[in-house]
Design a protein around this ligand. Structure first.
Ligand code: CP
Length: 312
């Protein structure tokens, strides 16, 4: 792999290689080992056209713990705000001899465009493009499930909430399928679950109680208010009443089912604070695992110049 643009199209051995490599970086992510010289001499650019706390910070820390130099481009203060095109921005950064780009962009396909433009000359990682894909989030989620819930081939996983606007959900579905998850459920209101999901082999539920029955892992999703026109925004109270995860409703799933959330959370909307801070939630472990997974992705892509691409 030279670029990571989506989980769709990754082969199982490639995904397992990323997850196994991430295991080997956990000691650095958890600071029992400080750093590794793996990417010494490389420069990675964080190019974020949308806000981020977790993804941008963990990519920066991942690159630094691999001894790379990191350039953080704050798009609001860069010349992109004067109308410079994405490709011109990238070409100018390439003139500074950088080795890779981590890009988040509101338009689906932005990272693919850069990857096509650059070919093998620099690595490209999609850190979220519109409603399309967020592959490293899905990888850290399956890493978390594998570590804390056991083999994915034996687990029933439910993705709950605003699936329509979620790049995380799409990438999770592909990642779980590739790793042999026997049953993937999607639970949400009809207005927030796209019809074409059934074609991906997922089971769709519009009733939370029915959907959570027998589930081992619950992946809550953020209600993405910023991606909805105001007249389409559901009542937050009604959404919480029908689909919010509360301690009582967790009992509909398997005892001690894990609760994941990619963040940022709308407490009191898709998830009650008692659940977000409760013993079944692994939300902060996801963040910690994200650092190890992003170290793995950077290492494998940086070491694979001239290899194949994942343009899925
Ligand atoms: N999960 C996630 O992508 O969070 P950020 O938007 O904070 O990066």
């Amino acid at each position: 792999l030279r670029h990571l643009l989506n989980t769709e199209g990754l082969r199982e051995p490639e995904m397992l290689q990323i997850l196994d490599t991430a295991e080997s970086f956990l000691s650095i992510a958890q600071r029992s080992v400080k750093k590794t010289p793996t990417l010494r001499g490389k420069t990675i650019v964080n190019l974020f056209f949308e806000n981020s706390t977790r993804t941008r910070s963990t990519f920066e820390l991942a690159a630094k713990r691999l001894s790379a130099d990191v350039l953080n481009i704050a798009v609001s203060t860069s010349s992109a705000s004067k109308g410079e095109s994405l490709i011109d921005t990238v070409d100018n950064l390439m003139a500074m001899q950088v080795d890779g780009f981590v890009i988040r962009h509101p338009e689906a396909g932005a990272a693919h465009l850069i990857a096509r433009h650059l070919g093998d000359s620099a690595l490209v990682i999609n850190a979220g493009d519109g409603q399309h894909a967020h592959p490293t989030q899905a990888l850290l989620d399956v890493f978390t499930i594998r570590r804390l819930a056991g083999p994915i081939e034996d687990r029933v996983v439910a993705i709950v909430g605003d699936v329509l606007h979620s790049r995380v959900a799409r990438s999770q579905i592909h990642a779980l399928s590739i790793l042999g998850c026997p049953e993937i459920r999607v639970i949400g209101p009809q207005t927030l679950v796209p019809k074409e999901l059934s074609a991906l082999g997922v089971h769709v539920y519009h009733d939370l109680q029915a959907g959570l029955r027998g589930v081992d892992v619950i992946c809550a999703l953020r209600l993405q208010k910023e991606r909805m026109e105001s007249h389409r925004l559901p009542s937050l109270d009604e959404f919480h009443r029908r689909f919010g995860l509360t301690p009582e409703r967790l009992q509909w799933a398997q005892p001690d089912a894990l609760v994941l959330h990619p963040g940022p959370m709308n407490r009191g909307v898709e998830i009650a604070s008692e659940v977000a801070d409760g013993h079944q939630a692994v939300i902060l472990q996801q963040v910690a695992h994200g650092l190890a997974v992003r170290m793995a992705v950077l290492t494998l892509l940086a070491g694979a110049a001239g290899g194949g691409e994942n343009h899925a």
